[in-house]
Design a protein around this ligand. Structure first.
Ligand code: SF4
Length: 775
């Protein structure tokens, strides 16, 4: 693969190792007898630590067919990115390994802890002050271990990754569920917990069950009001929040060519909302243009050779998808998804009627645009076209309007091109380059925090679980394109359809928006922005730097390793049966709790506080064996003190949502041993295994109804399962003892691989990695 051109020194850590990947892929082609591969398979399999082992010794068509959805792959990712909230626990775990530096290029991004209220100038100093201890900790970790540190105000992790690190054929892990955003530039980028990131940072093979591949065929062409956001909100409506579970979504078809690279990133970003492992697009001209515009033309040149000379970065002609979904972009209509779930999809032409029928608020209270999902130049130039149209007609926004730029680079470019000024002249509040309202860091003052009255907000964000944006469970949050959010702020009325309805101007005339127009990329290139927000590129580790954690801190706490398995069967008491949807936001709430991400004991007071008790319908309420009521973490702590291990039962897609590993760490810390559910969301199930918990699913879902809180559940043949090294999944017998003494056996399923059994035995994945290093 000698034709792959070399890149200059400053880009060396950012170009995927094409020659190495192609060498690996050649081995895979041999094993699979040159069966045609999808793009997802090519990139994933080219990152196998050892292709021969992953294909289980089989070869030819059977090797090719048997791997998807069955075998565990051991992978060597090229890069790691972490956001400030999850990086704390990842770094605390990394520190326990005693290694001097990270094995792959790694970056930390301070974005989640920045609160939005009045604008960057006012908000950023306050947030820096409030989180100084955490930012200092992350910065000192970065200096010590050679990590690139993007400080507060520099931007949102996924936008910065797209602008700097994502590249066609790259494989990266990110400690955030929207890491797949980088798939918009042809990377396989997967959202994981901190313990998985530590695998990559310590060059420990990272395990993933070989995903199935769903082909999403895009036909036709986007035009008019329809935007990339509408593609994914439409797909979410079709696939639902569980439809992508176990799949990589691979886009193909002529419709791809009508999309910008940033538009593709929006689509990949929200693949997380259908539970997909990740999403990606094939390398094309839009990627070449974006790489060139962001100072990485040499990477495009290398990718071109990998594509044209060696047939990498695209799927093979007769590649087979496990499923195919077709979307005709020419027929696509703007879509509004919500409230409370990203898959409740309503076409804009039906929104007015549906909102009346469903009793959704008719007054929209706030519009918010930007975030990692939708703050590209294309998004903002289309939005400003609408703002200019309205301003020309003498209109002002009727409701508060917030703009969150994704990075300093995009903010500075929008400022240079007058777009920011148009926003602020028209009443918008431009928040800092950070997550802010998207993750509950919104100091909202237009509605009382504890109000029981519903209100409705329109956002261009990606997620809309209850209480996500402002901590208020009664805020109905609707996800749509930035164009639709912007048009709606001029009416503030749920009955308004911006595609056809008019607004009366101050002069009494009728004004109707024309479809927005924008530019894919800034004509004058991207502006660098303020130097203060840029880190040193490729920093070297410095063992002299001391990483300080005060024993009195309420924000940071050094980790005590979890105890290893004692070799006995697990005997647990049912603490809670959860009713319905239970996302990682329900299990480990964000908002005000984000500040305790580095302090396991303190954050554990949020465990499952959003969960609804199946038996009583109460939220955050459980009952001890004597009938006394507690909040959920309260009873967990009590039972921990009493040495009464507990189990939680739940329904489908438990742990849906984010890669939040605290949703696994806290239950483990509080004495939980088993989570038994009807089905799991992938990342959360893996996170539970990494923390040494036993995630099980009901072999017969009807058994859920036979068990009540206070019943005792005991594994019967766990020792056999461990002795068999997991066998990559299987069944386990669980003995149920009801409170009246009646007993029966139920069957539960597990998906533990050999390595995951080792994590369980060692007490956690980190314990196991530490053991391996010491031996
Ligand atoms: Fe930040 Fe929201 Fe993007 Fe998550 S989804 S990275 S919280 S902007």
């Amino acid at each position: 693969f000698s034709k792959i051109p070399k890149v200059s020194r400053d880009l060396q850590s950012r170009v995927p190792p094409y020659a190495k990947l192609l060498t690996n892929l050649e081995k895979v082609h041999k094993i699979t007898n040159n069966e045609p591969l999808t793009l997802a398979e090519k990139i994933l399999y080219s990152h196998l630590t050892n292709p021969e082992e992953s294909f289980g010794g089989s070869s030819g068509v059977s090797a090719f067919r048997d791997i998807r959805g069955k075998e565990y792959l051991k992978l060597s990712p090229d890069r790691v990115a972490m956001q400030d909230a999850s990086a704390q626990m990842a770094m605390l775990q990394f520190m326990t390994t005693g290694l001097p530096d990270t094995s792959v290029p790694t970056s930390i991004h301070c974005d989640h802890l920045v609160v939005g209220k009045n604008g960057e100038e006012y908000d950023l100093p306050k947030s820096k002050d409030a989180n100084k201890e955490v930012f200092d900790f992350l910065e000192s970790c970065s200096q010590r271990y050679g990590i690139t540190f993007w400080g507060p105000g520099s931007g949102i992790i996924h936008q910065i990754v797209l602008e700097n690190y994502s590249a066609p054929g790259l494989m990266m892990l990110g400690t955030d569920s929207h890491t797949p955003n980088a798939g918009g530039l042809g990377a396989i980028a997967i959202g994981v917990g901190g313990a998985d990131a530590v695998d990559a940072m310590t060059a420990t093979p990272w395990e993933l069950k070989a995903p199935k591949v769903m082909g999403i065929k895009l036909t036709g062409k986007l035009s008019g009001w329809s935007a990339p956001k509408d593609i994914i909100t439409t797909i979410a409506g079709k696939l639902t929040v569980r439809g992508g579970t176990g799949y990589i979504l691979e886009y193909f078809g002529e419709g791809v060519d009508s999309l910008s690279c940033t538009g593709m990133a929006t689509i990949c970003n929200m693949g997380a909302e259908v539970g997909a492992t990740t999403s990606l697009f094939p390398y094309n001209d839009a990627h070449r243009r974006y790489l060139a515009a962001t100072g990485r033309k040499q990477i495009a040149n290398a990718a071109d050779v990998a594509l044209n000379e060696y047939n990498f970065l695209r799927s093979d002609k007769y590649a087979q998808y496990d499923d195919v979904l077709e979307i005709n972009l020419s027929e696509l209509e703007p879509t509004v998804n919500g409230p409370f779930t990203p898959d409740l999809s309503t076409k804009i032409s039906e929104y007015a009627e549906t909102s009346l029928k469903e009793n959704w608020p008719q007054n929209i209270s706030v519009g918010l645009i930007g975030s990692c999902t939708n703050s590209s130049y294309q998004d903002m130039s289309r939005v400003v076209d609408l703002v200019n149209q309205a301003a020309k007609a003498g209109l002002k926004p009727k409701i508060p309007f917030f703009v969150t730029p994704g990075s300093e680079q995009i903010r500075a470019t929008l400022e240079r091109d007058g777009i920011m000024k148009t926003f602020t002249d028209n009443g918008a509040i431009v928040l800092g380059n950070a997550c802010g309202p998207c993750i509950g860091q919104w100091d909202r003052d237009d509605v009382p925090k504890d109000t029981k009255q519903t209100n409705s907000i329109f956002t261009s964000f990606n997620r809309n679980f209850r209480a996500r944006n402002d901590g208020n469970r009664n805020t109905m949050n609707f996800l749509t394109s930035p164009e639709i959010v912007t048009a709606m702020i001029y009416s503030g009325d749920a009955q308004f359809n911006p595609l056809k309805d008019s607004i009366t101007t101050p002069e009494g005339k009728k004004f109707t928006f024309k479809a927005p127009k924008g530019e894919e990329l800034p004509q004058n290139g991207f502006e660098h922005g303020r130097d203060v927000f840029y880190p040193e590129a490729d920093p070297k580790a410095n063992a002299q730097v001391e990483v300080k954690v005060s024993p009195d801190s309420d924000r940071l706490q050094l980790l005590e390793p979890f105890k290893p398995w004692n070799g006995k069967e697990l005997k647990t008491t049912v603490l809670l049966k959860v009713k319905g949807k239970c996302t990682t936001d329900h299990i480990s709430a964000a908002g005000v709790w984000l500040k305790y991400k580095g302090h396991l004991e303190n954050i554990s007071y949020n465990t499952l506080i959003g969960a609804q008790n199946y038996e009583t319908d109460e939220v955050n309420k459980v009952y001890d064996l004597d009938g006394k009521g507690y909040d959920i973490p309260g009873l967990m702590m009590k039972w921990k003190d009493e040495h009464r291990p507990w189990i939680v039962l739940a329904e489908h897609n438990y742990g849906e949502g984010s890669a939040r590993e605290h949703a696994a760490l806290s239950p483990r810390y509080l004495g939980g041993e088993i989570i038994l559910v009807k089905s799991f969301a992938r990342i959360h199930e893996t996170n539970l295994k990494k923390q040494g918990m036993l995630p099980l699913t009901f072999a017969d879902e009807a058994d859920f109804d036979k068990i009540a809180s206070g019943d005792v559940l005991e594994t019967v043949n766990l020792a056999d399962m461990v002795a068999k090294n997991g066998d990559n999944g299987g069944e386990l017998d669980v003995k149920v003892t009801k409170r009246n003494g009646e007993t029966f056996i139920i069957k539960a399923k597990h998906t533990m691989s050999k390595d995951q059994i080792n994590f369980f035995k060692a007490g956690s994945a980190i314990n196991y990695i530490g053991e391996q290093r010491r031996n």
